[in-house]
Design a binder for this molecule. Structure first.
Ligand code: 4NP
Length: 148
């Protein structure tokens, strides 16, 4: 799960998806990263921690890291929150096999519609909407991939 800072959206995506795969008993490895390095080593934004906590998900053990080129080999799917994230991930990729792994998270519900999870960093009211979008997208992901 990839966003810009790895402190707002992708930590939520990691936390929500991990909770669901635990409940479903799926053997998936889930991680998150940011394309930028500004927040490396930091905990998720307190607003993401708070909204997750309201839904009984704990994000406080996460620490931000920067996406690295080898992640595009290590993971089967590299999922961006918005088109800018996706462009940044594509810039890191070096071959078609890696590029095929790159998706927008909302593609799991609305394929090819280019729907973005908005960056909530400067919008103190945006976190509930972000939570709801990621919650629905991860449900769709498990629905689509969970029985493969
Ligand atoms: P995220 O949000 O990409 O969802 O983690 C942001 C966090 C930090 C910044 C931008 C977006 N920033 O400009 O520092």
């Amino acid at each position: 799960m990839v966003c810009l800072g790895n402190i707002c959206r992708s930590p939520l995506a990691e936390g929500i998806l991990k909770e669901k795969i635990k409940i479903q008993g799926l053997d998936w490895e889930v991680d998150s990263a940011g394309t930028g390095s500004w927040h490396v080593g930091e905990k998720p934004d307190r607003r993401s921690i708070a909204i997750a906590r309201q839904h009984h998900i704990n994000l406080t053990d996460q620490r931000a890291r920067q996406l690295k080129a080898t992640d595009l080999d290590s993971f089967d799917l590299i999922i961006g929150m918005d088109r800018s994230n996706r462009n940044n991930i594509i810039k890191l990729s070096t071959n078609a096999q890696q590029e095929k792994k790159i998706h927008l998270i909302m593609d799991f519900i609305y394929p090819n519609q280019e729907i973005e999870v908005p960056d909530p960093y400067y919008d103190r009211d945006g976190f509930e909407e972000v939570y709801e979008m990621i919650d629905k997208a991860t449900d769709a992901m498990i629905e689509k991939l969970g029985r493969d």
